[in-house]
Each structure stands twice: as structure tokens, then as C-alpha cells.
Design a protein. Structure first.
Length: 331
């Protein structure tokens, strides 16, 4: 028996789940428009809070979902995956947290759909899902099939990641300008943070590219035409972003190498200065040590100008050592 869900007219919040763990439910006509009459709906979109036990019970009781799909939906795994089973395409794909979430970054949304229903679930507010939800509510975009809506969500997600890559590009431009202008002393941590963020996005793009390629290779003869075309388009877009991420990562490595070169140069300069000071002060230290011994027979002890004679000798020796060190440093 299928699960019981609220009617379209029920007042649901897109950000707070109801007593079923459900955020919202939308019905769509054959023309792709939203309707409040479930009788004239061709397909339905439901969105759940996956961490809500009520939602997990509802999804687990949904007999329309094949058993492997239910198991994947309710599994604790946080890894990305996508597969096709009994006319259902299901998976767990990355998306950006909504801008009002506690911490900006990547998280995941789960979905399963055939031509009659789409079930989605997430732990935190998702930017792409919320944008598509607003398009549905405003009626500015039609979704005749669940595959079209999932492609739109993934397209928004990829757009968001492309925007993050653009921001990283601008950040690297600024860091590069400051390194070239020798104003690089505070850029080390900024470069580390930028590279860490790029690594996360780049891995997700590589994962998406491999997932869609695997889907095409494993189910090429089973996938409906609409899903196959969707997977091909998303795979191409993810591959393009993956290449963009590789280029940015290459830039970060070059900037890190240049920054390390400048740090090494500064360290070498400091070490050279310390070496010169040590070499210059060494003769003076030896002379002062010799004349500081409290033994008999020390020269110039009874001479009124003895101190100045010793000082002059020390300075002359130090000057000679300094010139020698300078000459050796230019070799």
C-alpha cells in the first residue's frame, strides 16, 4: 500500500517538515504545469527531510519504490552514486547548501524517479532545489517529466559550482597580482584556503563525470531516451567544469611554487645577513676573549691607549672579514 501524504492544498513549509517529514508535494499536468488537483496530475514531486524518522518510515513504506531503491534512499552512506533499477533512476548527488545555511559548502540530495513520481530528500536546505521549487510555484517553467526537473536541479547545481569556480578564479587573480607586486606576505593562508575549496569542488566534478559515464556504460540499452539524453548533457557539463577545475588547480600549484620561491629567497637573505654578522663579530669576540683572560702577561695592560688599540685592531680585522665575505657572496 502506498504511503499517505497530504493533499496539495495542505499548508506545507518548504523549509520545515510536517508530521510526515514532508517539505512539500507538487502535482504536475501532462503539459508540465503545477496543479492542485491530484486527479488531473500526470506525475508528482515530493520532498522529504531524510534525517526525520517519520520521513524514513514513509519512504520505507512506499511500495512503488523497488527494494534496492528504498535501501539506497535510507542508507547512511554520504557518497555520491547514481543507478537505474526497474524503471527508476535514483542516486545521491552533490549540491550547494543554501546561502542562509550555517556554513556554505557542498552537501548532497537524494532522489528517485520514474515517469509517474519523483521523491527527493535532503538533510540541509539546498540552493538548487529551492530555486527550482520557486520556479514551479511561480509557474515560470514547465516540467513535463521528472527527468526534466532533475536535470534542471543538477543544472542549477552545476551553475552554482561554476559560480564558485569563477569566484576562485577572481581570488587567484588577486593573489597573483599581490605576489607579482611583492605584497605576498599575507597570502599564504589565502592560497591554502583557495586550494582546499578547489579540491573539494574538483573531486565532486570528477565524481559526477564518472557517475554519468558509468550510468551510460552500464545501462545504455535500458535507459529511456529522455534519461539517456539527460545523462549525456549533464556528463558533458560536469566534464567541462572538471577541466576548468583542473586549470584552476594548476594555477594554485604554480602560485604556491612561486610563493615558496619567494619565501625561500627571503629565508636565504636572512640567513646571509646572519652569516655576515656572525663572521664579522667572530674576530672581535676572539680578541675580546683573549684580552678578557685574567692572567698575567697580557699586552697593553699598562698602556693608557691599550683599549683603543685593541678596538682598532678588532675593527680592522672585522672590516677585512666583511670584505672577504662580501666578495665570496658575489661569487
Amino acid at each position: 500500500m502506498n504511503i499517505a501524504v497530504p493533499n496539495e492544498g495542505t499548508d506545507l513549509s518548504p523549509y520545515l517538515p510536517d508530521e510526515h517529514g514532508l517539505f512539500f508535494i507538487y502535482h504536475f499536468t501532462a503539459e508540465g504545469l503545477r496543479t492542485k488537483d491530484a486527479a488531473e496530475a500526470r506525475w508528482t514531486w515530493r520532498s522529504y527531510q531524510i534525517t526525520d524518522m517519520r520521513a524514513r518510515r514513509e519512504i520505507g513504506a512506499e511500495q512503488a519504490l523497488p527494494a534496492p531503491v528504498r535501501e539506497a534512499f535510507l542508507s547512511p552512506s554520504h557518497g555520491c552514486h547514481i543507478d537505474f533499477e526497474d524503471d527508476f533512476l535514483y542516486g545521491d548527488l552533490p549540491d550547494l547548501r543554501h546561502d542562509f545555511a550555517e556554513a556554505r559548502g557542498l552537501t548532497h540530495f537524494r532522489f528517485a524517479f520514474n515517469d509517474k513520481m519523483l521523491i527527493g530528500a535532503r538533510k540541509q536546505p539546498l540552493e538548487s532545489v529551492d530555486k527550482i521549487r520557486k520556479l514551479v510555484e511561480s509557474g515560470t517553467r514547465k516540467f513535463r517529466l521528472p527527468a526534466e526537473l532533475i536535470e534542471a536541479v543538477m543544472g542549477q547545481s552545476l551553475d552554482g559550482m561554476a559560480g564558485e569556480l569563477d569566484k576562485m578564479g577572481d581570488t587567484l587573480d588577486g593573489i597573483e597580482d599581490r605576489i607579482v607586486c611583492d605584497a605576498w606576505h599575507s597570502e599564504r593562508q589565502a592560497l591554502v584556503d583557495a586550494r582546499r575549496h578547489l579540491v573539494i569542488i574538483h573531486r565532486q566534478m570528477a565524481t559526477l563525470t564518472n557517475l554519468f559515464r558509468h550510468l551510460d556504460h552500464s545501462h545504455r540499452d535500458d535507459l529511456p531516451e529522455a534519461i539517456g539524453d539527460m545523462a549525456a548533457r549533464l556528463s558533458h557539463r560536469a566534464h567541462t567544469l572538471h577541466q576548468d577545475g583542473e586549470q584552476l588547480q594548476g594555477r594554485t600549484r604554480l602560485l604556491q611554487d612561486e610563493l615558496m620561491t619567494k619565501l625561500t629567497e627571503r629565508s636565504n637573505r636572512l640567513l646571509y645577513i646572519l652569516s655576515v654578522m656572525t663572521a664579522v663579530l667572530l674576530p672581535m669576540t676572539i680578541v675580546s676573549g683573549l684580552f678578557g683572560m685574567n692572567v698575567g702577561g697580557l699586552p697593553l695592560v699598562d698602556t693608557p691607549l691599550g683599549f683603543w688599540v685593541v678596538t682598532a685592531i678588532s675593527l680592522v680585522v672585522a672590516g677585512i672579514v666583511y670584505m672577504v665575505v662580501q666578495r665570496l657572496g658575489r661569487v
